[in-house]
Design a protein around this ligand. Structure first.
Ligand SMILES: Nc1ncnc2c1ncn2[C@@H]1O[C@H](COP(=O)(O)OP(=O)(O)OP(=O)(O)O)[C@@H](O)[C@H]1O
Ligand SMILES: [Mg+2]
Length: 414
């Protein structure tokens, strides 16, 4: 499929020198058309209404409106134009505010060609996805292709899905720390954030989600390692590769279970382990992540509500005729002082608690505040050691599961 998409770009920058530099760099990017150069937010909004650019490079401090607030006004005009904030303010909170309000990226005044190229390309892909959403027929019928099941996928990377039917039990914390634990000289590891609406993996790693799974959707039927490499974010400190969730909740619906299955299968060719973060709600995405998992770490806690939810999930799993061999039950926030023991939890759930991760508010809080996983900050702490043990269990379980025939939920259903 050879679809050349031209990207219309607007510059909203008060400083003429910076605007000129940005224009120069934009001219070097393939298939980009500069539609206008303006110096204020009001002019930017007028030009966006008139020219409908795919991408707007917007300075954070425009004379009449903060560039981030401009995003809100812009959304009333259209949902397509993607905003890249331009600023030298590297304050983490400002960046986070921009990303949360829907900016697709954050670049500095002295951005390099490479950085700008990547940011524009990503924003252009997001704009493209928005266009497809508003008019699915506009780009031809590239949605009907065979799924192309790969031959003989044994020996490829293993998928480890982390799931809890109750929110807030520690799925994302475990996914990230376990992923770090699975890394070694021989093993490459990726984390896929399938919590499509409110994915927060990058926040746990103090990383900016430059790209997301949304960038793959226009190309999901032509996936190859190169396309994936372009979209995965490499987290230098940990060595993990990240496939982030969509940057805004409303984009979640662009990704369906089949997309996720296709992406995960492709990723098996690239990584030794693919750790999938999920959200508790059993959505299409969640089912795809559960279906794909060679091992599923089911997280629960000693709270009654969490245990009841886990029991309901186990029953559902049984009802779907899925193999319980794949489930590795983990008790997080484990506190010996509480009167529900792991053995009792095993009894209630009719499944052995394979491991416990201790309650450690202080380290968990520190990890969250600084975006440094406890596995990186303090490898010898009890909480980290328990995740190392979990990683060992996962490896062992994978070796056992590899022997067994896996039921595929999707193929079983339809
Ligand atoms: N073992 C632990 N001890 C203490 N606090 C923990 C532990 N594990 C996780 N937490 C804390 O619990 C909170 C929820 O964790 P996390 O976001 O990982 O859960 P989640 O299941 O992914 O939640 P969500 O359903 O919102 O996605 C976080 O503040 C995290 O720091
Ligand atoms: Mg989570």
């Amino acid at each position: 499929m050879n679809l050349v998409i031209r990207t219309k770009v607007l510059i909203a920058e008060e400083n003429p020198q910076v605007a000129k530099e940005l224009e120069k760099l934009l001219n070097l990017i393939d298939n980009v058309d500069l539609v206008n150069k303006v110096g204020s937010a009001q002019e930017a909004l007028d030009s966006i209404a008139e020219n409908k650019p795919d991408v707007a490079l917007v300075d954070l401090s425009l004379p009449d409106m903060d560039g981030i607030n401009l995003i809100d006004s812009l959304r009333k005009i259209n949902t397509i134009t993607q905003v890249i904030i331009v600023s030298d303010d590297k304050d983490y909170n400002t960046m986070l505010r921009a990303i949360r309000r829907g900016a697709s990226d954050f670049i500095s005044h002295d951005v390099t060609f490479e950085e700008l190229n990547i940011a524009v390309k990503r924003a252009s892909d997001l704009a493209f996805a928005e266009k497809v959403k508003s008019d699915p027929t506009a780009f031809g019928d590239d949605t009907t292709q065979e799924t192309g099941e790969g031959e003989g996928d044994e020996g490829l990377g293993k998928i480890v899905t982390i799931y809890s039917p109750k929110g807030g039990t520690g799925v994302t914390s475990i996914a990230i720390n376990l992923a770090i634990s699975l890394l070694d000289k021989e093993a490459t590891v990726a984390v896929v954030d399938s919590s499509m609406q409110f994915g927060d993996v990058p926040i746990f790693l103090n990383e900016i989600a430059r790209y997301s799974i949304i960038d793959l959707i226009p190309r999901v039927n032509d996936l190859d390692n190169k396309i994936l490499e372009d979209v995965l974010v490499f987290h230098k400190t940990s060595g993990l590769h990240l496939l982030n969730a969509p940057p805004r909740p409303e984009l979640a619906e662009k990704v369906n279970g089949n997309h996720l299955s296709q992406i995960l299968e492709q990723m098996r060719q690239m990584f030794s382990y693919i750790v999938v973060n999920t959200s508790s709600y059993i959505s299409d995405h969640c089912l795809a992540a559960l279906d794909a998992g060679d091992v599923i770490v089911v997280v629960t806690t000693q709270e009654i509500i969490a245990i009841r939810a886990a029991r309901a999930f186990m029953e559902l799993w049984d009802g779907l005729n899925m193999s319980k061999e794949r489930l590795l039950l983990t008790l997080n926030r484990y506190d010996k002082g509480k009167n529900i023991s792991p053995e009792r939890v095993s009894e209630i759930l009719k499944h052995k608690v394979a491991g416990t991760i201790p309650l450690d508010e202080e380290r968990a809080l520190r990890a969250a505040n600084y975006g440094i996983p406890f596995m990186t900050a303090d490898k010898n702490a009890l909480i980290s050691q328990s995740v190392t043990s979990l990683a060992e269990l996962v490896r062992r379980q994978l070796a056992e599961v590899a022997e067994e025939e896996r039921f595929r939920l999707f193929s079983a259903v339809g």
